[in-house]
Write a protein that binds this ligand. Sequence first.
Ligand SMILES: Nc1ncnc2c1ncn2[C@@H]1O[C@H](COP(=O)(O)OP(=O)(O)OP(=O)(O)O)[C@@H](O)[C@H]1O
Ligand SMILES: [Mg+2]
Length: 370
Amino acid sequence: MNIESLSLKNFRNYREENISFFNGINVLAGANAQGKTNAAEAIFFLCTGYSPRANKDKLVILHGEESAVIEGVANSVYGKVSVKIEFFTNDKKNVYVNGIKVLRIGEIFGNIHSVFFNPQELKLVQESPEDRRRFMNVSLSQMSKAYFYALIKYNKILSQRNNLLKNPDLSLIKETLPIWDEQLCKEAGKIIAKRNEFLEKLSPVAESKQSGLTGGKETLKMKTESGYYGSEEDIAYALKEDLKTGLERDIRLGFTGIGPHRDDIKFILNGTDARVFGSQGQQRTVALSVKLAETEIFKEKFGEYPILILDDVLSELDKDRKKRLVSLTRSIQTVYTATDFSRTLFKGLDYRQISVESGKIKSVKDYLAK
Ligand SMILES: Nc1ncnc2c1ncn2[C@@H]1O[C@H](COP(=O)(O)OP(=O)(O)OP(=O)(O)O)[C@@H](O)[C@H]1O
Ligand SMILES: [Mg+2]
């Protein structure tokens, strides 16, 4: 899959701009605060309907304007697809796929695929389990709308369940809960089964990417700790039983103590927990390996790579890791952003340098390896 063009109107610091991408390496180049990440963010928006920065949508509208529009045209094995998003100051947004307005935001998934990485993705390794669940949710939602809708339903029932748990009327809780738990566990079964399948595939690939990025110096293992395995139905059944057993605890806590909203992933680097013992560079490499592995899972599922967006990654890795990264991504359309980079990094490869200045594309230059 590759993005051909991106148009931006009143989006962040872009008044009106069109960017054409090369089906290979693209470098959005420029000084700080010129609009490189903004353009990269727009691509990810078109794939997921969300910002990788997890801000409020209305913040993307150029200061002082009423609305913003972004549109991208991409090529996939199924043909051309266009996705357009209109943003409004009341935080509402409209999504159009091939010119037709979609009724549910979830319909944006699966049209254009991308994997986004920037230095903040270190959160994936460093921070809370919520960041790791977010990673799985974003990736799996792009691969399966059913997953996205199961997640929405699950979260809705979960919050109702949690409200009920705080109710002082114990008999009401005991009467109502079994009906809700039935539905809750059905959705949980779908979510956990998909996550298990995803991580099972992802783990060995991430391991080999880590080895590829570090010249074989570091071994990576990924472990999940959900404790539920088997088919959707098996998982739903087991969780329902555990919810029954844990009811007193849940009432005492006032919230649901088990389920997919508590899942986590552990990254074991050279035998120890990367979150606790890894250096910054190692943690960054782990997060990058996981994202690179994600591109392979997309490839396996859809027969083509997603668009890989690597924001600010070149400034953060050492020379050898950078070189290995470029070589690992040579068959994927990649959008890098960089303040400065050495041309020799792309030696032997074709690439397009798109220079950005104050929300404008200043120049576009193709460097061909010949
Ligand atoms: N809604 C908005 N309206 C106007 N300007 C905005 C809006 N949102 C962000 N900006 C501005 O866009 C500018 C460029 O941001 P961006 O993050 O794309 O920079 P960058 O080129 O990636 O820089 P860096 O190299 O520092 O990462 C920033 O100065 C920011 O203040
Ligand atoms: Mg940036």
